[in-house]
Design a protein around this ligand. Structure first.
Ligand code: UD1
Ligand code: CA
Length: 450
């Protein structure tokens, strides 16, 4: 990047048409808030500063976005007096910053990093670069009035003449300009218009009056899609999923039934990974090359290494780490646990807050009892250990390398390397007792029925 860049993300709006308690920019697509999508696109410019302008639900928005990136700065816009007024709230946070500022919208998630890079290139030729698009239905979008390569002005639909309304090149709202210049221009914006708001769009005419140049970079309308309603959110989710599926196929991933694979914004699938039908990837999943996720699995915050096999019907929760060749089978839940190379948990088990050593075999129905109602405790299973079916591992507890537990064992004490732990009562067989008991019960029933 030639110049340092600062992002200004506008996220103060109420979004009342969402009909929701949740601030609009926190509604999710692909498991990530709308505002995070916009910030991720902006990351392509490697911004030196990111200022998020908050208003409605500010506390909630700031808390959620800080979780995503704790280097964000926030500026509050107490009253929403227009887009120029919103950008002006970032002035103090960017005091003395030398570089370009880019204005993004928290409710416009699909602007691509590549488009922002094209805007940065266009800055070589113009002082103000505006992102535009050919609108299928221009409706209430601002119109970009051009003269050759020059952007002459932006007219809001409410303030436009009939001739201006006939223009189909519309304003996305995304603007790039030297930061100090931007705040200088904004200081001159007035609110004498149909809405009585301070329009960011006015900076184009003001810049030109000061002898500066403005230009338009165009992108596909799909990128500028803004979310205002639940229906638009659902349609945007569908568009996002379609794009992620196409990308995965393009990257050499096998999707058995692509329309049933659900992606998160940050899902990473390696080349030749094989994904069965009906698999959901929540946030934070990496599946390496050649790993296989069979049908009906739900994965979140986990890593699946090469050659590992998951499912069908498995759940990997945050902190699940499957090393090479590990296997997790049907109706198994793994949380905050590492399965070292070649370890197997194949049937009906819960492994949480644990480490399972290389090549260990965890039998059907094994449960790590990791929670005492207040604290979580860890279970450690050594390399090559064999955990018998239906073992309960009452954490904190450690089973040594190549140790075994008998079926049904309740492990409350550590098992040294190579030892066998048994905790069930010894079995006794009562000779002929089953037949005698049955005969007795049948006789009783006959008497009752008679
Ligand atoms: C704006 C543009 C319009 C463009 C359209 C694209 C202006 C004056 N108009 O219109 O040219 O075609 O976006 O969608 O800029 N916001 C604040 N604080 C405010 C006002 C707005 O944070 O005081 C935020 C909103 O939450 C939203 C964004 O800025 O994310 C755009 O505001 P909105 O009121 O939706 O502008 P539009 O009328 O759609
Ligand atoms: Ca809007």
């Amino acid at each position: 990047m030639s110049r340092p860049t600062a992002l200004i993300l506008l996220a103060a709006g109420q979004g009342s048409r969402m009909n929701s308690e949740l601030p609009k920019v926190l509604h999710q697509i692909g498991g990530a808030p709308l505002a995070v999508h916009a910030l991720s696109a902006g990351a392509a410019l490697e911004p030196a500063h990111v200022v998020v302008v908050t208003g409605h639900g500010a506390d909630q928005v700031e808390a959620a976005l800080s979780k995503h990136d704790d280097t964000l700065s926030f500026a509050r816009q107490v009253e929403q007096n227009g887009t120029a007024h919103a950008v002006d709230q970032a002035r103090a946070a960017l005091e003395g910053f030398e570089g370009d500022a880019v204005v993004l919208y928290g409710d416009t998630p699909f602007v691509s990093g590549e488009t922002l890079e094209r805007m940065a290139e266009a800055r070589a030729e113009a002082d103000v670069v505006v992102l535009g698009f050919e609108a299928a239905v221009p409706g209430r979008y601002g119109r970009l009035i051009t003269d050759g390569a020059e952007l002459v002005k932006i007219v809001e639909a409410k303030d436009a003449t009939d001739d201006e309304l006939a223009v189909t090149l519309c304003n996305s709202g995304v603007v790039m300009c030297d930061a100090a210049t931007l705040f200088g221009l904004i200081a001159k914006v007035g609110n004498e218009n149909a809405s009585g708001e301070y329009y960011l769009t006015d900076i184009v005419e003001i810049a030109r009056a000061d002898g500066m140049r403005a230009t338009v970079v165009a992108c596909d309308e799909a990128e500028t899609l803004g979310i205002n309603t639940r229906a638009e959110l659902a349609a945007a989710e569908a568009a996002f999923q379609a794009r992620k599926r196409a990308e995965a196929l393009e990257n050499g991933v096998t999707l058995a039934q692509p329309e049933t694979t659900y992606f998160a914004l940050d899902t990473v699938l390696g080349r030749d990974a094989v994904i069965g039908p009906q698999v959901v990837f929540g946030p934070g999943v990496t599946v390496e090359s050649g790993a296989e996720i069979k049908a009906f699995c739900h994965l979140e915050g986990c890593h699946v290494a090469q050659g590992a096999v998951v499912g069908p019907y498995a759940r990997l929760r945050p902190g699940a780490e499957l090393e090479e060749g590990a296997k997790v089978g049907n109706f198994v839940e793994i949380k905050n646990a590492t399965l070292a190379e070649g370890a197997k948990v194949n049937h009906l088990s819960y492994v949480g807050d644990a480490s399972v050593g290389a090549g260990a075999n965890v039998g059907a129905g094994t449960i790590t009892c990791n929670y005492d109602g207040v604290f979580k405790h860890r279970t450690k299973i050594g390399a090559g250990a064999f955990i018998g079916s239906n073992t309960l591992l009452v954490a904190p507890v450690e089973v040594g390398a190549e140790a075994m537990t008998g079926s049904g064992t309740v492990v409350t004490d550590d098992v040294p390397d190579g030892d066998l732990a048994l905790s069930r009562p010894r079995q006794i067989n009562k000779a002929g007792f089953a037949r005698k008991l049955m005969a007795m019960l049948r006789a009783k029933k006959m008497k009752k029925d008679a």
